[in-house]
Design a protein around this ligand. Structure first.
Ligand code: NAD
Length: 480
């Protein structure tokens, strides 16, 4: 059985204490590899390697750092098919999605921030004839990056890239549920010659290695993406240590459909927004509000579309809906479908576990599920399910739908579907979210600020926001 290794000081190594945990293939329910359960002793090795590497990496001219990272992006592109297959096996997502979204974006993330390294500049403040201030932006030093399982290499690289581009040394931890592509990525780092100790990848669970990373006094900042409960816990540990944190957390995103939308396109895009990656994207629109005059027509068209999705083996090119990431997660999603019915909801399609014949017969498949008849203030509409489950609700006025949309503890992303441009802008101002999409969903420009408000997080990633997060400003004041 394949054993994943940590990547410390430029080498692949076994965990010091030799402990491993099992890694499951969600489509088959079988254990197919083992992951180091890293501990504080592994972290010490990584921190010491990062400390040794820090000065040279920080002082390397930006262009040289950039060139190295571009080579890494090229290597990801070249290994795209292998990475996509590994992601599909490890996560359960359809291989076509893994190719076009996960593998593609992982390379794009690295390339984007490699270029940003050569474009990043700082400010100066003139005091007229008295003097001038200029702001140096130095790397923080050693930083920690912790990522989740839903878009494994995509979100892992999204954090690592700006941290490295700005001259930090990084200790990174992928999710223990989907470690494989981070392992393959560490091999690519060796292949392209990322200097020893600049990036260190430790595998293992949150309590075993994530916690020690957050607490370590030499790790000066933590960039975290994951659940809101974990994020709040990390914030409570990091705050008394005065450690900088960027927290990208959960969502319960509303989709607002008006009667004047482009009907067919909106049905397709709302379906994509709800069920891409089996509904396991923090940005998925899981509460769909439809203006009453088109409610019945929209509902019928949406259900018809969703019932046609091909559920199957993630490794089959034609599969559109794969497995959920783990057995506990599948059980959680099924329990929410049960709860939705207890709360008075009617299941319009799906609602059940699906058995696939052949090698996937023991996999964690759940049919895409649409539910109607639930009010805003029930658990189904308030809590993040993070699976292929969405609810439908009609509305009559803009004021009403704004209240519905804003009526949860989350504020990550929303989308509005309407041809009334004034209305779109009016609503964008009122909607309490970090990201508002108008007549589109998941259209991404990596320069834009990315993140949420309320329980969806603190801070922003992307473009200059990320470059600023990973640097420490130092003002230099000169008197003429
Ligand atoms: P999670 O919070 O369980 O785990 C995320 C990561 O944190 C994992 O690597 C885990 O091992 C680690 N971790 C767990 N406990 C820790 C601790 N005490 N200290 C340090 N690290 C710890 O989340 P998940 O189940 O992997 O991911 C799903 C969640 O992520 C959902 O809530 C989803 O909305 C959210 N998410 C948010 C975004 C965003 O950009 N806002 C993107 C993707 C996913």
């Amino acid at each position: 059985m394949q054993k994943i290794q940590n990547y410390i000081n430029g080498e692949l190594v076994d965990p010091v204490e030799g402990e491993y945990i099992d890694n499951y293939e969600p489509a088959t329910g079988q254990i197919y590899s083992q992951i180091p359960e890293s501990k504080a002793c592994d972290l010490e090795l990584a921190v010491s390697a990062a400390e040794t590497a820090q000065k040279d990496w920080a002082e390397m001219p930006a262009e040289e750092r950039s060139n190295l990272l571009i080579r890494l992006a090229d290597a990801i592109d070249a290994a795209g098919d292998e990475l996509a297959k590994a992601e599909a096996i490890d996560n359960g997502k359809p291989i076509t999605f893994a190719k076009h979204v996960d593998a593609y974006r992982s390379a794009a993330n690295i390339r984007f921030f490699a270029n940003a390294a050569t474009q990043f500049a700082s400010e100066s403040h003139s005091m007229g004839s008295v003097g001038v201030n200029y702001t140096l932006r130095d790397p923080i030093g050693i930083v920690g990056c912790i990522s989740p399982w839903n878009l494994p290499l995509y979100l892992f690289t999204w954090k690592i890239a700006p941290a490295l581009a700005t001259g930090n040394c990084v200790i990174a931890k992928p999710s223990e549920i989907t470690p494989m592509t981070a392992y393959l990525f560490s091999k690519l780092c060796i292949q392209v010659g990322i200097p020893k100790g600049v990036l260190n990848i430790l595998h293992g669970t949150g309590p075993s290695i994530g916690g020690p990373m957050v607490e370590h006094p030499k790790i000066k900042a933590i960039s975290f993406t994951g659940g809101s409960a974990t994020g709040k816990h990390i914030a409570s540990v990091a705050a008394p240590l005065l450690k900088k944190t960027s927290l990208e957390l959960g969502g319960k995103n509303p989709t607002l459909v008006f009667a004047d939308c482009d009907f067919d396109t909106t049905v397709s895009e709302v379906a994509r927004a709800a069920f891409s990656n089996q509904g396991q994207i923090c940005l998925c629109g899981s509460r769909i509000y439809i203006e009453r005059p088109i409610y019945d027509k929209f509902k019928t068209a949406l259900v018809e579309k969703i019932e046609k999705l091909r559920i199957g083996d993630p490794l089959d090119d034609k599969t559109q809906h794969g497995a959920l990431v783990s057995k506990p997660h599948m059980e959680k999603v099924l329990s929410y479908i049960e709860l939705a019915q207890q709360e008075g909801g009617s299941v319009l399609c799906g609602g059940n576990q699906v058995e696939i014949e052949g090698r996937c017969k023991d996999g964690y498949f759940v049919a895409p599920t649409i539910i109607e008849g639930l009010p805003l203030n029930c658990r189904t509409n308030q809590e993040e399910i993070f699976g292929p489950v969405c609810t439908l609700q009609p509305f009559d006025t803009e004021e009403e739908v704004i209240k519905l949309a804003n009526g949860t503890e989350y504020g990550l992303a929303t989308s509005v579907w309407s041809n009334d441009i004034k209305r779109c802008h009016r609503l964008s101002k009122e909607l309490d979210f970090g990201i508002v999409w108008l007549n589109t969903w998941l259209l991404r420009d990596l320069r834009t600020p990315f993140g949420g408000v309320k329980s969806s997080g603190m801070g922003r990633e992307g473009g200059h926001e990320a470059m600023r997060f990973f640097t420490e400003p130092k003002n230099v004041c000169v008197k003429y």
